[in-house]
Design a protein around this ligand. Sequence first.
Ligand SMILES: NC(=O)c1ccc[n+]([C@@H]2O[C@H](COP(=O)([O-])OP(=O)(O)OC[C@H]3O[C@@H](n4cnc5c(N)ncnc54)[C@H](O)[C@@H]3O)[C@@H](O)[C@H]2O)c1
Length: 356
Amino acid sequence: MALRVAVIGGGKFGEVHLRTLRQLQWDGLTELRSLCRLNAEALERQAAEYGVRGYTDYREMLAREELDAVTVCTPDHLHREMALAAIDRGLHVLVEKPLDTSVAGCQRILEAAAAQGVLLQVDFHKRFDPEHRAVERAVRQGRLGRILYGYAWMEDRIEVPVDWLPRWAGHSSPAWFLGVHFYDLVRWMIKSDAAEVVARGRREKLKSELGMDAWDSVSAHVTFRNGAQFAFQTSWILPRGFEAVVNQGVRLVGTAGLWEVDSQDRGSRSCLEGAGMQTWNSNANREYEDRLGRPRLGGYVIESIEDFARNAALVKAGTPLADLAGRYPGGEDGREATRIAEAVHQSLATGQIVTL
Ligand SMILES: NC(=O)c1ccc[n+]([C@@H]2O[C@H](COP(=O)([O-])OP(=O)(O)OC[C@H]3O[C@@H](n4cnc5c(N)ncnc54)[C@H](O)[C@@H]3O)[C@@H](O)[C@H]2O)c1
């Protein structure tokens, strides 16, 4: 029997969840049942488009629908209450990154999931990039030697805080919105937790020029328990004319070698009237038509959501959760990425080095 699934949050990224779960429905893996979001007009449109029942109250949806799993795609600071409510009902849950904006909140969620015996997965999709998988494997096989240092960067064009997230960019930051992806990725690649964090940030453009109470950029330096030192640069104020919505990369240097992955360097570019120069990271996201001419999405952004659905379907069919342990980004991973982001904000606020 297909995995009965609902989505909470139908905004910019909720749409990606809906499309992914619908294409899995075409394949017979899922049955997309319902969607909850606040804007009634948008809800009606999406409910019709995806053939689901619509709700504006997620508690009502959870009470009424017969579900196996839920994906949570609401603003970061709301994930906890929705994840806990779904777990309480014994549902498998995929939570968008960050799992929660406090370590204590993450701990509550992961303890609740463990107590209920349900799958808790966090959408850290950078782990699904084949280039990143190659790095993780090489590090695990010792081919880079002992990792000494590295850096990672993730930057968005300014339309992300200004046009996409005008209601909650102030609750977030480049560290929460972008940094957690790479805090998790590096932690996963080098198999070590953070020991010490120091961060500095700028509030020039969004706050001073545009009146939004948000950081422009956050630079964090993290020393991991194995001694590796990483610099993480995040920002969301790249000009609208920049060649891609996202610019990102990671570089690791060890005693026996180095590895670099740069998302702007993947060889696919276009220049179309009205759209300017565009660089495509088709590893992340690509649109194509399937054999029946239906528009499908591919790439690691999609595979990460699919991975959750496949894991949940396996567990539903009787596979013990323990058999999947360590094979997907779970609650502990969510908590450790949040631990770094929380320390980053503590250091931003106090100017101090934070020891974890
Ligand atoms: N994995 C990624 O690369 C990626 C990319 C973008 C966003 N995200 C994450 O996805 C999440 C959503 O981001 P977004 O850009 O789609 O935000 P958004 O503002 O576009 O959408 C938020 C959605 O949540 C709904 N919502 C808000 N409060 C609600 C409530 N009380 N009950 C029910 N629904 C509620 C809104 O109606 C809206 O549909 C965030 O956690 C964000 O960090 C992840």
